[in-house]
Design a protein around this ligand. Structure first.
Ligand SMILES: [Zn+2]
Length: 322
């Protein structure tokens, strides 16, 4: 990590030096890091930002992803698959298939579902091994750098990827260049202004430092999309898997259970969890009804743990009706 934690960052997006430390410093994945928030942009920044060597360590094979693209035990992977199928059904019910770009396609499963639904799909995955897996398993075109993607595309998905990037504005500007007239960008990020983020604090599950380099409020994400030349035509906080798990794990973290212990269990790392952690988890079933209550409250207050926006190129396509 660099530089020293005592140094104060300036905002990556507006250059302001008036950032304030809203979370931390906390030790996560061997790195001591904080969130510094810019009130002008309404975006938080992990600080210090990981250097190249730290990123290599964080995303080493078997660390961030396990078993060639799969991250979770089979029942959880099944729930994620159901959710992705529902997402595609929703998209296909409101637009015709065409060319689609999946930025951060990972194992390629979502891209393969789009291909199966009639889309001409290209994936972007910067990890070589995962890209090879996606090509070989699902027979989809995958590039390891978005600069190698050949547009235009009718649909670009950036699903829980933007917060991992060193330069999210540049990625959005690249997406604008690649989008066909009338095309849509669908983007999802964790909601740093959500109720579960406020309750969870440094233990909020979707904070995920130091993997997440930036932390967006809805106002911050919309502002960055405007800066990149987009108009937002629809936004939602509904994501039942991410929202309920965000509540559950955040409550357990707040209760002082070994940090992200349940998450590690679901990531096929159960043998690495001590017997005392297992028993602690079993004693924390109280978190389930509280998590369900949290889901209901955030639904009413429209402040869920995820922001999902649909955007079109400003001026050129801003009259597109969804
Ligand atoms: Zn700023």
């Amino acid at each position: 990590m660099h530089p020293a934690t005592s140094d104060k960052p300036t905002c990556r997006f507006c250059g302001s030096a008036e950032l304030h430390e809203t979370i931390g410093p906390v030790l996560r994945s061997g790195a001591l890091c904080s969130v510094f928030f810019c009130d002008q942009c309404s975006i938080g920044m992990t600080w210090p930002q990981p250097d190249a060597a730290t990123l290599v360590r964080l995303y080493a094979p078997g660390e961030y992803r396990a078993d060639r693209g799969k991250r979770f035990i089979a029942p959880i992977e099944f729930l994620f698959e159901l959710h992705k199928k529902w997402l595609i059904w929703r998209i296909n019910s409101s637009m015709k298939s065409g060319r689609m770009l999946d930025v951060g396609c990972g194992s390629g499963f979502l891209a393969s579902l789009f291909a199966g639904a009639g889309w001409d799909v290209t994936g972007v995955e910067r990890d070589d091994d995962t890209a090879i897996h996606a090509r070989e398993t699902y027979r989809i075109a995958v590039v390891t750098d978005i600069d190698h993607a050949r547009g235009p595309f009718d649909l670009i998905m950036v699903n829980h990827v933007l917060e991992h990037l060193d330069d999210p504005l540049r990625m959005l500007e690249k997406c604008r260049e690649l989008l066909a007239p009338g095309g849509r960008l669908i983007i999802a990020v964790p909601n740093f202004s959500s109720l579960q983020a406020k309750v969870g604090g440094a233990g909020w599950f979707h904070l995920d430092m130091p993997f997440h380099l930036y932390h967006f409020s809805e106002q911050g994400l919309v502002g960055l999309l405007h800066k990149a030349g987009f108009s937002v035509v629809e936004s939602s906080h509904a994501d039942w898997i991410q929202n309920i798990y965000g509540w559950l794990q955040s409550l357990l973290n707040r209760a002082g259970i070994s940090y992200n212990a349940l998450y590690d269990l679901l990531r096929m790392r159960g043998r690495g969890i001590s017997a005392s952690a297992w028993s602690s988890l079993l004693c924390c079933l109280w978190a389930v009804p509280l998590a369900l209550l949290g889901i209901c409250v955030e639904r009413v207050c429209r402040t869920g743990g995820v922001i999902r926006c649909t955007a079109v190129v400003a001026d050129r396509d801003s009259k597109v009706q969804l």
